[in-house]
Design a protein around this ligand. Structure first.
Ligand code: ZN
Length: 178
């Protein structure tokens, strides 16, 4: 039997990290967007450390991070291993639910059509990204999966949060590939 004070595996091991995830009740939307995008950028850096395209995602509901993910397509040899899909699966496990009603998603790059479709199926409430993806973006650049009125579900969208940091990580990765 586990001791009562054993931290649950979903809790961040680093206390500083845990503090950053708990925002004051009175935090503004802008403050929340910046703080949670910082956590998504941490995920993108984790991808970069694995020589993956640096894209990271966190999903927040009820003031808590319920899912996180970073791109793993190369290490998993799986074209569907996008940051958003990994974070959605984790969030669904956390909630024990198929739909992430009321959830906000923070991701460093505009979701592709595949991920935007999954976010729509998950019924998330809000999606915030840092930079657009002119070649794959399905939410603004090449399509509007999350805001098309014909879609069954629409999410509020916002963009440009921490764009400089997100772009710098992508540039660092692609520069190293030349
Ligand atoms: Zn994607």
């Amino acid at each position: 039997m586990q001791a009562a004070d054993t931290p649950s595996p979903s809790r961040p091991a680093d206390p500083a990290q845990a503090r950053r995830e708990v925002l004051p009740e009175a935090a503004t939307t802008q403050e929340r967007d910046l703080a949670y995008m910082d956590l998504a950028l941490d995920q993108a850096r984790a991808a970069l450390a694995l020589d993956e395209v640096p894209i990271g995602t966190v999903i927040v509901a009820g003031g808590a991070v319920i899912g996180r993910g970073h791109n793993r397509t190369r290490t998993r040899r799986d074209p569907t291993a996008h940051a958003e899909l990994i974070a959605i699966s984790e969030a669904a496990r956390t909630l024990g639910a198929q739909r992430l009603v009321g959830a906000s998603v923070y991701t460093t790059v505009e979701p592709c059509f595949m991920c935007a479709g999954a976010l729509s199926h998950a019924r998330v409430e809000r999606v915030v990204w840092a930079v657009r993806d002119p070649k794959f973006g399905g939410c603004a650049s090449l399509g509007s999966v999350l805001s098309d009125p014909r879609m069954n579900h629409r999410a509020e969208i916002a963009e440009g949060v921490r764009a400089g940091e997100a772009r710098a990580l992508l540039q660092e990765f692609f520069r190293s590939k030349r």
